[in-house]
Design a binder for this molecule. Structure first.
Ligand SMILES: N[C@@H](CCC(=O)N[C@@H](CS)C(=O)NCC(=O)O)C(=O)O
Length: 194
């Protein structure tokens, strides 16, 4: 298989895995047991020296050491998949916009959701604007569901899981997106909901 994803249940590996499932991109999945410290073993550190999940090995590219290209960071992995396997990128502007949403998801949205000191300050403001930006059924970039949708939606769909007490009724577009996402077969498969 050309692509090997290193992941584990309830990790950010679900983002690139969901993307590959939606796009019908074949991949091998290697699940590491975080509790068993498998992500800190030398064979995995050779792939991601920071010992974090996910990582992707793409055998169709060579890395700087001459071996198959190994990538870490879910956003970088998603952009690579979008560009080289998802057939998503039609030009420089589209690549930049996808990159913008991937960085927003991982560097801004994730922190507003999961870092408690930022949550109070940032959460309502970001949610209000995201609610305006999201139109049910309309991709964030381009004409088809893609990497930007995958990253933003993956975080939003964590809301009912991690913060079930949060009232999402002020954000109807986000609520609708979460509901339709939970019905997508690829999402259900990756999240173990079947
Ligand atoms: N910014 C990174 C975060 C990676 C990350 O923190 N992964 C967690 C799982 S979701 C992990 O590997 N934790 C184990 C550890 O840090 O020891 C990404 O998006 O890939």
């Amino acid at each position: 298989m050309t692509l090997t994803l290193y992941g584990g249940p309830k990790t950010r590996a679900s983002m690139p895995r969901w993307y590959m499932e939606e796009k019908g991109i074949p991949y091998d999945l290697v699940e590491l047991d975080l509790r068993g410290n498998q992500h800190r073993q030398p064979d995995y550190l050779a792939i991601n020296p920071f010992g974090k999940l996910p990582a992707l090995v793409d055998h169709s590219f060579k890395g700087p050491d001459g071996n198959a290209l190994a990538l870490f960071e879910s956003g970088a992995i998603l952009l690579h998949l979008a560009e080289h396997h998802g057939g998503e990128i039609e030009g420089a502007a589209q690549r930049s916009l996808i990159n913008q949403w991937l960085l927003f998801a991982n560097a801004t949205l994730a922190i507003a959701l999961f870092v408690p000191s930022n949550r109070e300050r940032e959460f309502p403001r970001l949610m209000e604007e995201l609610n305006r930006q999201l139109t049910p059924g309309k991709p964030l970039v381009g004409n088809a569901w893609g990497a930007a949708d995958c990253a933003i939606t993956a975080y939003l769909a964590y809301l009912p899981i991690f913060f079930p007490q949060e009232d999402l009724s002020p954000y109807p577009a986000i609520k609708a997106l979460i509901t339709t996402t939970q019905q997508r077969p690829a999402y259900r498969k990756v999240m173990g909901m079947n």
